[in-house]
Design a protein around this ligand. Structure first.
Ligand code: ATP
Ligand code: MG
Length: 401
């Protein structure tokens, strides 16, 4: 037991029923073991907070062995290393028990399911595992030692697709999961992952050869009216909850801009107490959105013409929905669209090349600047879904619809 006193007010709004329902779903094997569970929701809407504060504790309450990995904690570190480190940490915690268990296991070094690619070694020497142990060996040892089912929770899993090592790590996890779930006398393993962009996640679950093939994709419910009520209650502001909820939704159901609008409202009221708090909140939030949007569109407008045109075409395609086949970025049809756009914006003599090397170069730049995300396989997605809406709305505004 820790001796740190409980904070008087919990800084998080909890969703225990949702955690309970999702844990039930993730562990259900009535239809056979699934490929895992994927929680998808837009950026900054509270996925990680929910997973850390509600879902992982729920799994722990159910006496499962949970390993949590956040692949976005440090983008400069190879995602495979993050996964390895999380498992290593957990193994180190269980070391005593593992050492004991291993005395009873004789064939550890012969188990070779999955392997780390590209020279990434998983050094288990201090943990009494054989030197050439694989990730699957490590996970099996962990499960055997703890005598619990393993749940591996990978936050922002799509990030693993950006490097070969990350992709290999996901394959190893799949192999480990399959073997823990089918070998007799094992306790089983399940994968749960989150991600923030449908386009990116589709790559993970739709490819037959992908580690998460067949996983259930769940549209993770964003925070709603009960969260708004909780936060408004803490702010001590006298606000209409329905209106505040509308405001929260207009901010993409993102807590951060909403918190900012609430604190600005409180500040304005302190300076000038006679004002209507509801109207203040609505107008301050609207101004906040407008400012971010203008800021973003100004930055896009100052990009080189081909980059800006590509970003807009990609945004337009993303909004056609996940079932529509997209044009290849280097196809003749895409070149025609880019030319038409450049001509409309800059006139016939724009002189911008839309040949493959120029397009490739522009895509690389957009990725470096974090406008685009690119998987190792070469598919592209716009980094933040909010950008999509702004870019395509502007298109509509410009065409006068
Ligand atoms: N249940 C909650 N109660 C209070 N604050 C929350 C809650 N959920 C999210 N937040 C706040 O919202 C912000 C975004 O949350 P979080 O990082 O969990 O979102 P995310 O969807 O994982 O974001 P990203 O796309 O960057 O991974 C944080 O400032 C967090 O404190
Ligand atoms: Mg997150």
């Amino acid at each position: 037991m820790s001796h740190i006193p409980e904070p008087t007010q919990d800084q998080f709004f909890h969703r225990p029923e949702l955690a309970n329902a999702l844990a039930d779903q993730a562990l259900d094997t009535s239809l056979g073991t699934s490929g895992g569970m994927f929680l998808a929701a837009p950026r900054r809407t509270g996925k990680s907070t929910f997973v850390r504060q509600d879902l992982v504790p729920e799994f722990e309450r159910r006496n499962l062995n949970v390993i949590y990995v956040d692949l976005w904690i440090d983008k400069t570190v190879n995602p495979a290393i993050h996964i390895a480190n999380a498992i290593r940490t957990e193994l180190a915690r269980e070391d005593g028990a593992i050492a004991k268990t291993l005395k009873k296991l004789t064939h550890m070094s012969k188990l070779t399911v999955g392997a780390w690619g590209n020279g990434l070694s998983f050094d288990l020497s201090q943990l009494n595992l054989s030197k050439d142990a694989t990730l699957a060996d490590a996970l099996k040892a962990l499960s055997t030692a703890s005598q619990k089912k393993l749940i591996l929770v990978i936050d922002e899993a799509q990030h693993a697709l950006t490097t070969d090592e990350g992709i290999n790590a996901l394959f190893s996890l799949k192999a480990a999961r399959d073997s823990l779930n089918t070998d007799p006398g094992r306790y089983g393993m399940q994968l749960v992952a989150t991600g923030s962009n449908r386009d990116k996640l589709a790559t993970l679950v739709n490819g037959r050869e992908q580690a998460f093939y067949g996983a259930d994709m769940v549209e993770f419910p964003t925070l709603g009216k009960d969260y708004v009520q909780w936060l408004v209650g803490r702010s001590k502001l006298n606000l209409d909850i329905e209106l505040a909820t509308d405001v929260f939704q207009s901010l993409g159901s993102r807590p951060e801009p909403f918190r900012k609008a609430l604190s600005q409202t409180r500040l304005q009221l302190a300076i000038n107490p006679g004002q209507d708090s509801n109207a203040l909140l609505a107008s301050l939030a609207a101004k906040g959105i407008q400012d971010s949007k203008t800021d973003f569109l100004n930055t896009v407008a100052s990009l080189p013409p081909l980059q800006s045109a590509l970003l807009r075409e990609l945004a337009a395609d993303s909004l056609t929905g996940p079932d529509v086949r997209r044009l290849g970025l280097f196809s003749a049809a895409m070149k025609a669209r880019l030319l038409a756009r450049l001509e409309a914006e800059m006139g016939a003599g724009h002189g911008v090349s839309v040949e493959t090397p120029s397009v490739q170069n522009a895509l690389d730049k957009l990725r470096e600047e974090n406008y685009l995300w690119r998987s190792q396989r070469g598919s592209y997605a716009v980094e933040d879904e909010q950008f999509l809406e702004w870019l395509t709305n502007e298109d509509r505004d410009l065409s006068g619809i």
